[in-house]
Design a protein around this ligand. Structure first.
Ligand SMILES: Cc1cc2nc3c(=O)[nH]c(=O)nc-3n(C[C@H](O)[C@H](O)[C@H](O)COP(=O)(O)OP(=O)(O)OC[C@H]3O[C@@H](n4cnc5c(N)ncnc54)[C@H](O)[C@@H]3O)c2cc1C
Length: 409
């Protein structure tokens, strides 16, 4: 058994680390000392880069553009995409390795914002109009599944309906918590098209251009970012879209969303937590050696040492399950249950660990010109967003009790 990354992937990881060290981390003080403008997210001067990263802070436009150019010139921008989409075909393992490096800085290298669930599912016309512009970073999207009554049980409780009217579909309903909706160029809206079948062939995904008559947005303020709303109610009031707005098969929209959530959202929560914790542990070790109380550095105290070792153990365990599961996904295995495990561990361990790092830093760890409070927000949110920890435990229990997964070696 060889636990080493391939020489190519290892080289890419090192290159990525160097770029993050040289280009991203030095920008953190500027980024964090310039909070986002008040109001709602409207895309910002540089559009996608700011929409994705401008949650915590902002950068001068020339810095955004330099980072985007660097990412494009080095191929990082599209490295995670399949070859037929001009990507580097990194696969799931390569993607989590690169993504971990990227998350070592709160200023991330921009990557192509294309919704992966569209790849392979679209018509040639949809590819031309949405997929390729998104790959190039010219168009941004929002994903609309959650509703006021449908969060943890979206298939069973979804109320948004789409009905045929001639050649068109007419959509009515309300979506809630939709990230980046108001500034998106298009929304991927799930709607019930067969109430009998619901998530088993009765939910369809539609591409809805923004703006489209009948679609409106109301901002929702979230505690992690009180000054600038990035989440929205999406009101759909007799929104008329053509038959060509359906993604894939009518009735196949729930599965499309779930497949994407398993392979991208959940695996990448693992690499997100790993990147954050790896950097945070290094910072905590350095700090503990230089902070002196009662005549000795705090690193001499067992109370501090145990917090450092707790974080270290979680990093090693999380990296092992994240990389193994990504590797299995690349072999074509069904990793739905393991992806839930990663999502759960990234969120629960990540949150408890960043809390320990904050504790080691004392008061300085709570200051907003440090990345720590922002990482705390991100990891605390991970216990809810993308499926709550309780729901991911439920998915794991279902796998265990049905015999779908084995715990034996
Ligand atoms: C900042 C933010 C961004 C988001 N972005 C998006 C987005 O872009 N697109 C999108 O579609 N959605 C988005 N969401 C929605 C998110 O996915 C949901 O909030 C999440 O899935 C939880 O659903 P809920 O809030 O309705 O909680 P609920 O389903 O109401 O759950 C409430 C509590 O009950 C628990 N619970 C529920 N069912 C069970 C059960 N069977 N057994 C045990 N416990 C249970 C839950 O774990 C939770 O603790 C976002 C949410 C936030 C806060």
């Amino acid at each position: 058994m060889d636990f080493k990354l391939s020489p190519e992937l290892d080289a890419l990881k090192r290159t990525m680390r160097q770029m993050v060290n040289d280009e991203c981390i030095p920008l953190e003080p500027t980024y964090l000392s310039n909070p986002p403008r008040d109001g709602v997210d409207d895309g910002g001067p540089t559009g996608i880069a700011e929409a994705v990263m401008g949650i915590v802070g902002t950068l001068p436009q020339e810095d955004w553009e330099r980072l985007e150019k660097l990412s494009k010139d080095t191929g990082i921008y599209t490295a995670h995409l399949p070859e037929e989409y001009g990507g580097g075909a990194l696969g799931a393992l390569g993607h989590v390795v690169v993504d971990e490096e990227s998350h070592r800085s709160i200023v991330q290298l921009p990557t192509s914002p294309v919704p992966m669930m569209l790849l392979g599912a679209c018509t040639p016309e949809q590819e031309e109009r949405y997929v390729w512009p998104s790959i190039r970073g010219e168009k941004n999207y929002a994903f609309g599944q959650t509703e006021p009554q449908a969060g943890s049980d979206p298939g069973g409780m979804m109320e948004t309906r789409a009905v045929h009217d001639g050649d068109d579909w007419v959509i009515n309903g309300t979506k809630m918590f939709i990230s980046g909706a108001a500034s998106a160029d298009y929304l991927l809206i799930q709607a019930v098209t067969d109430p009998e079948k619901r998530q088993r062939g009765g939910i369809t995904m539609f591409i809805v251009d923004n703006p489209t008559p009948g679609m409106s947005f109301d901002p929702i303020r979230i505690w992690t970012n009180p000054t600038k709303a990035q989440q929205f109610y999406v009101r759909l009031d007799d929104v008329r879209v053509p038959a060509t707005a359906v993604v894939g098969e009518a009735g196949g929209g729930f599965q499309l969303g779930q497949r994407w959530l398993v392979h991208h959202d959940r695996l990448l929560r693992g690499s997100m937590a790993l990147g954050i914790l790896t950097r945070a542990l290094g910072m905590a070790i350095d700090w503990s050696k230089q902070r002196v109380t009662y005549g000795r550095p705090i690193s001499d105290r067992q109370a501090i040492q145990w917090m450092l070792t707790d974080v270290y153990m979680d990093i090693k365990a999380l990296r092992a399950i994240t990389q193994e599961t990504a590797w299995r996904a690349d072999q074509g295995e069904d990793v739905r249950v393991e992806a839930s495990m990663i999502k759960y561990c990234a969120a629960e361990w990540g949150w408890r660990d960043i809390d320990k790092v904050m504790q080691i830093f004392g008061g300085i760890g709570e200051t907003l010109d440090m990345p720590i409070p922002h990482w705390y927000h991100m990891l605390r949110h991970a216990r809810i967003g993308g499926g709550t920890s309780e729901i991911h435990r439920f998915v794991m229990a279902r796998g265990l009790l049905s015999g779908a997964v084995s715990w034996e070696a």
